[in-house]
Ligand binder design. Sequence first.
Ligand code: ADP
Ligand code: MG
Length: 713
Amino acid sequence: MPLRMKNNNDLTRTKTSGYSPQISRDTHVQYVKGVGPARANLLKRLGIETLDDIFFYFPWRYEDRKDLKKISSLNLGNHETTLCEVVSSDVITTPRKRMKIFELTVKDETGFLKAKWFNQPYLKKYFQKGQKVILSGVVKGNPYAAAGLEMESPDYELFGNEDELIHTSRIVPVYKATEGLSPKQIRTIMFNTIKASSHIVKDYLPEDIIRSNNLMSLPLAVKEAHFPEEFTDVNVLNRGTSPAHRRLVFDEFFLLELGLAVLKKRETLEKGISFNVKDGLVDKFLKGLPFELTNAQKRVLGEIRSDMQRPFQMNRLVHGDVGCGKTVVALVSMLIAVENGYQACLMAPTELLAEQHFINIHRMVEALGLRVALLTSGIKDKPVDDISGGSAQIVIGTHALIQETVQFKKLGLAIIDEQHRFGVVQRAALRRKGFNPDIMIMTATPIPRTLAMTLYGDLDIAVIDELPAGRKPVITKVFFPSQKERIYSLIRKELSMGRQVYIVYPLIEESEKLDLKSAIEGAEALRKYFPDIKIGLVHGKMHHDERESVMSMFKSGDINMLVATTVIEVGIDVPNASLMLIVHSERFGLAQLHQLRGRIGRGVYDSHCLLLAYPPFSEDARRRLKAMESTGDGFRIAEEDLAIRGPGDFFGTRQSGIPDLKIANIIRDIGVLEAARKEAFDLMETNPDLDRYPLLKETLQRKWMGRLELVKS
Ligand code: ADP
Ligand code: MG
């Protein structure tokens, strides 16, 4: 809470006369020395609003300016720092643009150096002849002075007065700046704040965790990460692996994992439904399947069964590469709930996918005499009465399912398909739809296991790590526009053998219209090229009924070629489709390409994925296409994706509802992550309500911004 103070400036002037007892972590930055309301607004753009935000706004890199060079040994092009004496200064006005340039000439016993600053004529007052000054900047040659060196807008400090040197002669932090607030100004604010108020930063970690993990104290770590004094290897600092960084990284992971541990603890304590696992419906269903479950499917179903039997709420993530057969696993779980007199629902990320699930599941359970309902926002006569009355035993839908107006009679199991688009928050909304229904999340986003634990640390994880027998790898190859004839002949060959084909067009966020146009035009061109072939078109903007009829015609084989935007990315299942052409494949993300490719290779036929790429494209695009050509393994794809994109982007933590990682890097700091996770989960066992650590509890609550319902104070 921002402080209301009679004389706000008092606080900032107490530097030497002791600290105001009123300042706290929540003190608004505008009351900080050298800030004020105008700069506070600028800082807000950087996400800095309170004193606490300042402490935890870390530099993105460091520069070593300890090493003072003589002018004669300055290296052209390098960032260098030098101590010298002012010889003369001048303000020059450029003739054309009338820009004011302040020029400073300095010397030491080895030579002369010029420095210039643009539009800062007031600097002239600052530098007096004979004054010792430290300059730090990139060394350039001056084209107008034969052998002269110069620096453009270097950082500067007067040498010899009482003040400590902030910007030179030390390892200097470099902060991300914003318009109107330079890195140097931010550095000054940081320095003053940390010097005057860092006593506010309190160590909240339990003593024994600090000791057994060899951690630096938090106040020291904060100081050192901003203005390193003790640890001065600039490379280690820049890699983010100094002892100070290690402590800060540990804390980020620890607070993340502790939050997940809290969620998990609450869920395991939460009473749930104890389903009675009879095998009537399930057996009947399995007998009717045209195939035998894989061992992986059986194993995962075994885990789900025992989850459902226990009187606690199930929270399980089922993870498996595209095509491993997650739908059947979901369906069997739903049948267990239905057999116990409960309803079950399946929530999909897109309308198209919900529709497809509905069609499949409807067909599969028809013989069992069950009622399946579909609920999406596109459906006019919403089956709300069937859902609230309980006559619909299985409900398939989109996030329309979690809207306020939908009431279940007796929801016992909720399944979320393709979880990467649903976060912690939506999960909670779904939970409120029933009396603690069991929850299962299915995802194909292949994540290395340790990382999955981090992101879904509050869930139990089961992996379907086996594809149904007889699947053949999809042969994947990159093609260029000049090879169109070759592409067409490959397509024709598949069609002539009775196979079906997908043609996928990209979806660029800014211009959905344009994409649609390209898919529609693409379909038109293909119709001319393949006049004898039945071609269908699906896209997201289409009416529900129309889309459904195209899809069912493709399924039944009445349409041979399906032209689509990326709406077909997930869940479509047509085993007879054996070729996919992805147009502008260079624009797609790697995970998306892998998902798309998962639509083929589902039957017994050899399948081909043709990646049509339009050069020139980026190095990243080249790596993505290469990865697609070289492997079909979702985990290897995920690792490569992680390597190309970097962890922040890969995880989209903001979207998933867990706290942001600002300084920690899931890949680089995996060891720290594991240690922090262990400590967090252990602590949850020994002191589940954290009442021995009030400060930790408070910090945890802040970090999760109220999303941790359990942590009651
Ligand atoms: P995903 O895990 O990608 O959602 P699906 O559930 O859509 O995969 O299954 C892909 C295809 O594999 C479907 O056609 C499904 O009927 C089939 N399938 C699932 N399990 C098996 C199995 N044990 N043996 C053979 N085919 C299977
Ligand atoms: Mg699926």
